[in-house]
Ligand binder design. Sequence first.
Ligand code: PBG
Length: 331
Amino acid sequence: MSFQIPQRPRRLRQSAANRGLSRETLISADHLIYPLFLQEGSGVKEAIETLPGQFRYSPDTVIEQCHHIQALGITTVNLFGSTPLKTELAQEAANPDGPVARAIREIKRECPTLSIQTDLALDPYTEHGHDGIILKGVVDNDATVAALQKMALCHAEAGADWVAPSDMMDGRVGAIRHFLDMHGHIGVSILSYTAKYASCFYGPFRGALDAAPLGVLPDKTTYQMDPANRREAMREARLDLAEGADALMVKPASHYLDVLLEIRRSFDLPVAAYQVSGEYAMIHAAAERGWIDLEKAMVESLTCIRRAGADMILTYFAPEMARWLQQDGTS
Ligand code: PBG
């Protein structure tokens, strides 16, 4: 006996072919950006305990990894520096012989078609682990922006294709754009961390860079956003657009999909999402215990971030996901 049910959505789910025809969200390696960690020295490839499968490389060893991910179809990396040379004014951030600038030059020589983004923030370089210069007990906005301009120029001169300010200072996108243009780098794009929240999910990353905030200001709540706020993200997005950003980022990703969707719907620029270290580490930790399937969680989490509106996704899963795409096709 059969009911009179005029709409049967299950018809479109009854075969792999139908599911494929009606799948709304696809991911390809083109959408993935792989974050890579650099440190001083040569011949170094050091496992990062808090980020299973991720390493800190010296500028020479990173090349092998770049060849590997290019073979998987990944087009873009995002470089993070780390250094034991931490100072009050974070001078190392703009050192043309520092590990990031050196790695940019090496990668451009050895893998010229790989697009390079660099993280712009002072936290690996300040002695207190903040993303800004502290003057009179507060993170000083304008002194920090001036330091970020120099850092951006240093990376642009080394050959970076994008700079990605992750600091959340006011006015930094415009100031960096102006400074780069003044020095002839009109082709260097800006991926702005538009809505970057003061999140606990950065914990494993801070271990990787040895850059957790210390001392009188124990957290980043005076510059990163309150996780409770969405309207404020729209304000930040309008400012970044007006200041000349080329793409807008939301970070973290999975717990902030509403913010991502709203920015996607309100702006025409490409939108990026950062599946951060804590999101990656949680999936790994649960999988290690046998509580979830690592590969399925990877594919589902990245698919959902795309569905919410991300054009590009920064993820530590990038090589694994690209390999899965090559072998298994679609989600
Ligand atoms: C630093 C920076 C952080 C991340 C990217 N850039 C940490 C922070 O803001 O404290 C987090 C990345 C991750 O957790 O994967 N400006």
